[in-house]
Write a protein that binds this ligand. Sequence first.
Ligand SMILES: CC(C)(COP(=O)(O)OP(=O)(O)OC[C@H]1O[C@@H](n2cnc3c(N)ncnc32)[C@H](O)[C@@H]1OP(=O)(O)O)[C@@H](O)C(=O)NCCC(=O)NCCS
Length: 296
Amino acid sequence: MDLKGYFKRIGFSGLYDKADLDTLRTIHKLHVMTIPFENLSLHSGGKNTMDLKVIYEKIVCEHRGGWCCENNLLFSWVLKEMGYTFTTLGGKVFSRVKNDYSTMDCHLINMVEIEGKSYITDVSFGTSSQIWWPLEIIADKDQPQPPGVFRLLNDGDRWMLEITGRKPLIQNEALANSRLAEKFGTHPMYSFSLTPRAVDHFLETSEYLQTSPESLFLLKSICSLQTPTGYRALIGWTYSEVTFNPEEDRDVYELRNIPDSEIEAILKDKFSVTLGKKVTAINKKDTAFGVLNLLV
Ligand SMILES: CC(C)(COP(=O)(O)OP(=O)(O)OC[C@H]1O[C@@H](n2cnc3c(N)ncnc32)[C@H](O)[C@@H]1OP(=O)(O)O)[C@@H](O)C(=O)NCCC(=O)NCCS
């Protein structure tokens, strides 16, 4: 594994002799702009692993993306190689369907400490709630970024991350499902404690999320990537290009359904992802959100 290979993959050509906040902001943003949040291995006959070498090979060498346990685990290796002081944490994802957090830690994130301040780095939440830059761990402070206004709340040992997003202006109403149209305002994303977590903390969850029929990651094939003006996503057969529009407090969603025969080309042209295997697209409604029932 080679840090230069990672830098080339994300297009970083700056200096990295100092583990400072500016450099962290730069590589964080480059990561979310070049490496997709995607679960396509699960829909093309493969599996997701927590073996760092396999993840490096997949994301850096094969130009694929990954889900949080892949992207953020790779990012923890990057932080270590660059000399940052960091701790890996586990998060419980909030479901709008159930109006509650998952019971188990199903989201892997990293906390970085720089000059006496702590920050959350998370390069893999995906779609409309992806942070572009690290968030300072400080309670009740609005931290505006292009996708929306992020805010951390604190309740004793637990921290809660929420986003205030903008109303979607959906260009193709025929494709607008009600949950997408209703997705705006303030909603929780995930909660976490500052307890350090090792890779084995996530092994059982990772297995569950890719085998349980209830898992969101089996209900939907997902590929999303942030762009300088918003984000793009392929969820099942629906391809969307989203333009953030904070001036008018509306994000513009251009949606279209694509046939199976075009999926490979869309992945290549819009996400620079080539699988070499056929993806079976799927987009089932999330009614119970499997991660909530995780291993109870
Ligand atoms: C795939 C994803 C869109 C589904 O998220 P969700 O929390 O179930 O639902 P959302 O509130 O974001 O979206 C509501 C609906 O709009 C759809 N939607 C959201 N963004 C969309 C877009 N850009 N284009 C088309 N449809 C979209 C969703 O598929 C969902 O449809 P459904 O009602 O048929 O299930 C995405 O937000 C996601 O991947 N979330 C999980 C992130 C996560 O858990 N990360 C950590 C672990 S790796």
